[in-house]
Design a protein around this ligand. Structure first.
Ligand SMILES: [Mg+2]
Length: 425
């Protein structure tokens, strides 16, 4: 432990609250779906002087709340300004083979940076080297969707996808559009993606089937879209070697958020390139600071970077905005699921897009505050509804995907699956 001067703050409590927040409609993906809502766990780290730092992580319930509570013996008495020490206290690389705490460390890191910012009166971006932009551009994140409980919101056909993109563009100003695929057969998804691109001339596009295509199918799909304004081909097939074979067979730059998610993989990709653009996720990488470091490596080796979304409420979104604010080599729009949410747990409600961009928070710390009424409301909703299986498709209860997959959902199947009967959204 360093004897050097710290902040003087001392952690005295750590709390976790799991919430579920409604989505406009269930979002489909290659492994299943978000069943009409997100389940997230909000983490609060309190110091002796009464400051509260905020963190957030995906999933939740008793296991997440217990996992956060189990960190208390490590964190009580710790100075949140010693953020780098957390990596080794909680997730030493070899000890983590046994405890897999990276996502917990990320939530605690957000909270510690929030505390340090509140303590010093500085926004997190100022603690990370300083903002080089004051707003971050986002892509419209388009999903195939089941209808919501009120029957609205279905996205299944190319026409429905085009209409949904037009609606989101009109509402939020997006100029970049990402289609999450891997749901229907590649022929249907190719027709949908091409219809999307033709409907919005001048905009840019990206397609992400979550690695589910065979390498040969991925090459075929890439050839069929090379005439469009593609940002990149994101995880068309799985694995560094699969992506490397695809890269040898297409002119489209490749991106991943699945197979370069730590520094070992980043080094492997530098030594033997498989992707051109690394999507940085503040949770997967263990915090905002590791993402900034990874962006620095990418800058050195002239790889592209973008900001990944693993599903977020306002606290996680703030982590993405501060990351986007300080990375000079961010040449792509960020991803966010955020606009699919009906509500948020932060004071003031959902942050707003303007011209496809969200302003970087500038108040001390992460710059967002918990709305205690909303937190209680959505914690109660979680207790009522419980979790949902993210990797199960409510429309195909007996199905699970192989990798590569050849069994896709039927694009002719309309309506809301029976398995969603207990879900209110
Ligand atoms: Mg992806």
């Amino acid at each position: 432990m360093s004897a050097l001067k710290g902040s003087g703050m001392r952690i005295v409590d750590v709390r976790a609250t799991t919430v579920t927040v409604p989505l406009e409609a269930p979002l489909r993906h290659s492994n299943g779906a978000h069943w009409g809502r997100f389940v997230r766990t909000i983490v609060e780290v309190e110091t002796a002087d009464g400051l509260v730092g905020l963190g957030e992580m995906g999933g939740g319930g008793q296991s997440a709340e217990a996992a956060v509570a189990a960190l208390k013996p490590y964190l009580l008495g710790h100075d949140p300004a010693r953020t780098e020490a957390l990596r080794f206290m909680l997730a030493n690389p070899t000890a983590s083979l046994y405890n897999n705490r990276t996502q917990l460390v990320a939530a605690i890191e957000f909270a510690c940076l929030d505390l340090l910012g509140k303590h010093t009166g500085l926004p997190v971006h100022a603690l990370l080297g300083g903002a080089v932009r004051d707003e971050v551009e986002f892509a419209s994140y388009l999903f195939f969707r089941y209808p919501s409980a009120d029957g609205t919101g279905e996205v299944r056909t190319p026409d429905q996808l085009v209409a949904e993109a037009a609606r989101l563009k009109a509402e939020h100003g997006f100029r970049v559009h990402k289609l999450k695929g891997g749901v229907f057969d590649p022929g249907h998804e190719l027709e949908s993606y091409r219809a999307l691109a033709h409907s919005l001339p001048g905009d840019r596009f990206r397609y992400d089937p979550n690695g589910i295509l065979s390498v040969e199918e991925a090459i075929r799909f890439a050839h069929a879209i090379e005439d469009l304004d593609n940002d990149y081909a994101e995880d068309f097939c799985y694995g560094l070697n699969g992506m490397r074979r695809l890269r040898e067979n297409t002119r489209i730059p490749l991106a991943t958020n699945t197979v370069v998610v730590n520094f070992e993989q980043l080094a492997a990709n530098v030594l033997q390139p498989a992707v051109d653009v690394v999507l940085l996720d503040t949770t997967f990488w263990g915090g905002i600071r590791p993402c900034v470091r990874a962006a620095g490596v990418a800058e050195t080796f002239q790889l592209g970077v973008a900001v990944h979304s693993s599903g977020e409420l306002g606290i996680q979104l703030a982590s993405m905005l501060h990351l986007g604010a300080v990375v000079p080599n961010l040449a792509f729009a960020a991803d966010a699921h955020y606009h699919h949410l009906r509500d948020d747990v932060i004071v003031g409600g959902k942050m707003a897009y303007r011209d496809g961009r969200i302003a970087v928070p500038d108040a001390p710390g992460l710059g967002v505050e918990l709305d205690r009424t909303k937190l209680a409301e959505y914690a109660e909703l979680y207790r009522e509804l419980g979790p949902y299986p993210y990797d199960r498709d409510p429309g195909r209860p007996d199905w699970y995907p192989l990798l590569p997959s050849t069994q896709f959902a039927d694009p002719r199947a309309t309506g809301r699956p029976a398995a969603l009967a207990g879900e209110p959204y």
